[in-house]
Design a protein around this ligand. Structure first.
Ligand SMILES: CCCCCCC/C=C/C(=O)SCCNC(=O)CCNC(=O)[C@H](O)C(C)(C)COP(=O)(O)OP(=O)(O)OC[C@H]1O[C@@H](n2cnc3c(N)ncnc32)[C@H](O)[C@@H]1OP(=O)(O)O
Ligand SMILES: Cc1cc2nc3c(=O)[nH]c(=O)nc-3n(C[C@H](O)[C@H](O)[C@H](O)COP(=O)(O)OP(=O)(O)OC[C@H]3O[C@@H](n4cnc5c(N)ncnc54)[C@H](O)[C@@H]3O)c2cc1C
Length: 662
């Protein structure tokens, strides 16, 4: 059968011809500088030249077991390729490239992230010396085993016990109930031979709360499970099915005293407990992973945006003016409204991720010299940003799918896989509502501290009871961000008032908290978005001095769109607190529509500048050349159902049905 393939590339050629800025310069900004762009491209080139890293057959057509083995094959190949070429796996993670090749749940990802990070962040010098080289060289392979069947969020509620036996100088690990079964850890089922395990520490009959232990699970030669341990895979999930998320039970399993991570708290040979400087230092790996997730979410969103925006420039549908040629769907204002605010979000998240990383690095350096005072702020910022980034990436990716109509639902568009991968991020590493409530706790504490005349840390300083009045004109970027800040201050003040009122009327503080928790989550979300707006405005204004005017203009427009969109989303609050009036909102709405039309002109060039190659996009809809229909058609030919004209199912089921006398 011959297929007529419409030539689509002209659309993208025309779009690219309208570019008024230096794409390479924007790429460099997104990467964090020309050197990092160059490094990323070197890694990409090396990966592209390694054919074993690519799939001959879509994983969709593989069995559950083959999917896992295939991904493990690619994961191990990736690690050896990086090593041989003088790169680290961290290079592949920080540039995104590694994650995109192993797109459906890499069975080594927990090893190279949370397992290694725990060793680095929670070990004393002897432990570091013993475990780090083994883990870095993959002589031991591990995961992070915290969540149990009965408890994920409430870490203090974990049931796995680690009881010290001073006679043998060992801990006895035990899962006393079915709900104590470790459940979910990535790569736990079949890949890992070790795990860092969060368990309740018991000394002399007293519980000291959750602590982390290094536990060997499998024999290093035979890979068989060790006595006293039951381990397996938990079965199919919504997505990421090539990872072997697992379960784990202990039956009075013994490990040496030296296998408790002892950087922050210690147990002496005679069973004495030495307290850490801060009670939550053992949660450090989670904080670090949340910082990484903000980057990860922004990267996944960017892949979805490249696909949807290129496709929207190639796809023609309907008539805008009766009788005229069918327009590119990107010309519809509603399509621009679906996609461009999310494009602005991607930039906002990228700049905020960078700012958060700096806070993380600063706080970690402080911890090294015993300074704990920045920890609460880091916890609040990383929790809030992880929650907003994953919520927005999931929403944005789904909008991208919807914006591609029926073809967005095709697995070959890659949008479903991007969606399911990032959707997990709402739940893992702290469920988002729970993280927002942690942020809210920090906001209320800060607000109360300010009422008592205390100075507030930088990210919440705008909440002080007597803020300086804004001098920026309302309609400037700064003026609108100040208005958003005034909105958050009003919301937090209102939450505090309601909490106090409930307590004054006889409710316990905890009951009052629960009764206000919907509003408190909204405060946390609004606060985090205010922080993101601030970071975006600051980043663009700082770049203004160093970049060309074309690039600066594009960034300025994206930043403006992000702020206008946020003001419109928050209109109710801003009207209630008097930060804006109806007239201002009307002009903001009009400006947003105008800006959509302006940004539309260069939208394809902007996503081109994100610079993700086709082999990493893995999408029939988003490829550089825009040859969408040919690609969709060719992918469909690979379906096993198309191997024969008449399938077995016909003889087995359909024919008997047709022959039956019903
Ligand atoms: C590239 C990406 C790859 C990613 C792969 C990811 C794979 C997924 C892995 C996982 O999912 S691992 C499991 C992750 N699990 C969680 O994240 C659990 C979430 N729960 C928690 O973090 C905690 O239980 C909690 C919700 C924070 C509560 O903890 P806890 O019950 O111990 O707290 P409280 O006793 O109530 O005290 C609250 C008090 O403590 C402060 N705090 C809490 N956490 C931290 C922290 N990490 N750092 C600093 N401070 C912390 C909190 O602010 C409160 O302070 P005060 O208000 O009392 O001053
Ligand atoms: C794909 C994937 C990979 C994972 N990988 C790992 C891993 O490698 N290692 C690991 O240890 N774990 C892992 N997890 C587990 C993950 O960390 C937990 O699922 C997560 O922390 C949420 O806990 P939970 O499932 O117990 O949900 P729950 O805490 O039971 O949450 C259920 C609902 O209750 C609400 N809720 C809970 N507590 C509160 C509260 N205090 N206030 C208000 N609402 C509340 C939540 O908002 C949510 O709506 C993974 C999970 C997934 C989905």
């Amino acid at each position: 059968m011959s297929v007529v393939v419409p030539e689509c590339c002209d659309d993208l050629k025309r779009e690219r011809g309208r570019c008024l800025f230096n794409k390479e310069e924007l790429t460099n900004i997104l990467d964090g500088g020309p050197k990092l762009t160059e490094k990323r491209r070197r890694i990409e080139k090396m990966l592209i030249n390694t054919p074993e890293l690519f799939d001959d057959v879509s994983p969709d057509y593989l069995s559950h077991e083959d999917r896992y083995s295939n991904e493990l094959r690619k994961a191990t190949q990736l690690m050896t390729t990086l090593e041989k070429n003088g790169f680290t796996y961290n290079d592949a993670v920080t540039t995104g490239t590694g994650l995109w090749l192993l797109m459906d749940g890499n069975p080594l990802s927990l090893h190279i992230s949370m397992f290694l990070d725990t060793i680095k962040g929670q070990s004393n010098p002897q432990q570091l010396q013993e475990w780090l080289p083994l883990a870095e060289k993959f002589k031991i392979i591990g995961t992070y085993a915290q969540t149990e069947l009965g408890h994920g969020t409430f870490v203090r509620g974990l049931e796995t016990t680690a009881t010290y036996d001073s006679t043998t100088k060992e801990f006895v690990l035990h899962s006393p109930t079915i709900t104590a079964t470790k459940w979910w850890p990535g790569a736990l089922g079949k890949t890992s031979n070790h795990a860092v395990v969060m368990a309740q520490l018991y000394l002399g009959g007293k519980c000291y709360g959750p602590h982390i232990f290094m536990v060997q699970l499998r024999d290093l030669e035979t890979h068989r499970t060790l006595p006293g341990i039951v381990v397996g895979e938990i079965g199919p999930r919504l997505g990421m099915n090539s990872n072997d998320n697992g379960f784990l039970q202990f039956n009075h399993h013994r490990i040496p005293l030296t296998n408790m991570f002892m950087k922050h708290s210690q147990v002496t040979e005679d069973g004495k407990y030495v307290k850490p400087l801060h009670s939550k230092l053992s949660y450090g790996t989670m904080v670090q992973t949340r910082v990484g997730i903000v980057y990860h979410a922004s990267r996944e969103l960017s892949r979805a945006l490249i696909i949807a925006i290129r496709y929207s420039a190639v796809r023609h549908q309907s008539e805008m003016v009766p009788g005229d040629p069918e327009p590119q769907i990107l010309d519809y204002q509603t399509q621009q409204y679906k996609l461009l605010p999310h494009l602005a979000s991607f930039f906002a998240l990228r700049f905020s991720a960078r700012a958060l990383l700096e806070v993380f690095i600063g706080t970690s350096a402080g911890l090294g010299s015993g300074k704990m005072n920045m920890l609460p702020e880091l916890h609040a910022l990383s929790s809030g940003l992880k929650a907003v980034a994953t919520n927005d990436a999931v929403k944005g990716t789904d909008i991208c799918r919807l914006a591609c109509g029926g073809h967005g639902y095709l697995s070959s568009s890659n949008l479903p896989r991007i969606y399911t991968a990032i959707a997990a991020g709402i739940t893992y590493e702290g469920e988002n509502t729970v993280l927002f409530l942690q942020v809210a706790r920090y906001l209320i504490k800060s607000f109360r501290a300010s009422s008592q005349g205390q100075t507030l840390p930088f990210s919440v300083s705008y909440l002080r009871v007597q803020p300086p009045s804004s001098h920026a004109p309302l309609m400037s970027d700064r003026g609108l961000v100040d208005a958003l800040g005034a909105g958050v201050r009003w919301m937090v003040g209102e939450a505090e008032r309601r909490l106090q009122q409930l307590v004054d009327s006889g409710h316990s503080p905890h009951a009052a908290w629960n009764a206000c928790s919907v509003h408190l989550v909204q405060c946390a979300d609004a606060h985090t978005r205010y922080y993101i707006c601030e970071q975006f405005v600051d980043a663009v204004s700082k770049l203004g001095e160093t970049v060309s005017s074309g690039v600066h203009e594009v960034l300025r427009q994206l930043c403006r769109l992000y702020i206008l969109h946020r003001v419109i989303q928050t209109a109710g609050i801003l009207l209630r607190c008097g930060a804006v009036d109806g007239k201002a909102l009307t002009s903001i709405e009009e400006e947003e529509c105008h800006l959509l039309a302006t940004l539309r002109i260069q939208a394809v060039s902007i996503v081109d500048a994100i610079d993700i190659k086709d082999v990493f996009l893995k999408s029939t809809l988003g490829a550089w050349d825009g040859n969408v229909y040919q690609r969709i058609y060719e992918e469909a030919q690979k379906s096993p159902l198309n191997k024969s004209d008449v399938t077995q199912g016909y003889y087995q089921y359909l024919r008997p049905l047709m022959k039956a006398n019903l």
